[in-house]
Design a protein around this ligand. Structure first.
Ligand code: PRP
Ligand code: URA
Length: 217
């Protein structure tokens, strides 16, 4: 799937439903309502891959036919961590499949001149060191925001091996930089695009995800 970057901890979910829905929101005429709805739908579909390696345990049950040993989630706790603002658009889709997950927030924006991430808010569940953490943000461009967000989690006790980063559109530059900084973090994207432009926007991308999601601009 991601052979072209040769990064084993990177998965592109190129399922036809995901590709179709991503094309819908890439169109410049896609309005805020549709953008929000489709980001939610794609995030729900991506929850399958993000949660792929959640631990299972055996449980004995009785079907109408017989007793049997089957599998259930072992109860390893999950937290979804959206990077504000645009990451907020991905929370409900994942929560609809994992409703007991807690939600932590990291406020981070890219300074328009330096392109460096600026942290402005962090509020986490108290036990992030015991949880599997799904960090979500629609865009992985230079990788600066994702790296700073994951640094902030590790500083507060999170285990790098327990962190998954889930985005809609990724750029090769950002995937490489994030993998170099945090090689144990699995990166899951709906698409790997071509490159960054001179303003560090993803090409072809979908524009400014926060503005499109919230109707600011
Ligand atoms: C966007 C996006 C990511 C970041 C990606 O947020 O949602 O957080 O840019 O860029 P990077 O990989 O180069 O760091 P933005 O800074 O526009 O903030 P916003 O969500 O508040 O609009
Ligand atoms: N942030 C966005 O919202 N879009 C991009 O293309 C790059 C960073």
């Amino acid at each position: 799937m991601s052979q072209n970057l040769n990064i084993d901890n990177f998965v592109v979910m190129d399922h036809p439903l995901i590709q179709h829905k991503l094309t819908m929101i890439r169109r410049k005429e896609c309005g805020t309502k549709e953008f929000r709805e489709v980001v939610n739908e794609i995030s729900m579909l991506m929850a399958y891959e993000v949660s792929r390696d959640l631990p299972l345990e055996e449980v004995e049950i009785e079907t109408p036919i017989c007793k049997t040993v089957q599998h259930q989630l072992s109860g390893k706790k999950v937290a979804i961590i959206p990077i504000l603002r645009a990451g907020l658009g991905m929370v409900d889709g994942i929560l609809s499949l994992i409703p007991a997950a807690k939600v932590g927030h990291i406020g981070m924006y890219r300074d328009h001149e330096t392109l460096e991430p600026v942290e402005y808010f962090v509020k986490m569940p108290s036990d992030i060191s015991e949880r599997t953490l799904f960090v979500v943000d629609p865009m992985l461009a230079t990788g600066g925001s994702a790296i700073a967000a994951i640094d902030a989690l590790i500083k507060r006790g999170a285990d790098e091996h327990s962190i998954r980063f889930c985005c809609l559109v990724s750029a090769p530059e950002g995937v490489r930089k994030l993998h170099e900084a945090h090689p144990n973090v699995k990166i899951i994207a709906a698409a790997l695009d071509e490159h960054l432009n001179e303003a560090s926007y993803i090409v072809p991308g979908l524009g400014d995800a926060g503005d499109r999601l919230f109707g600011t601009k």
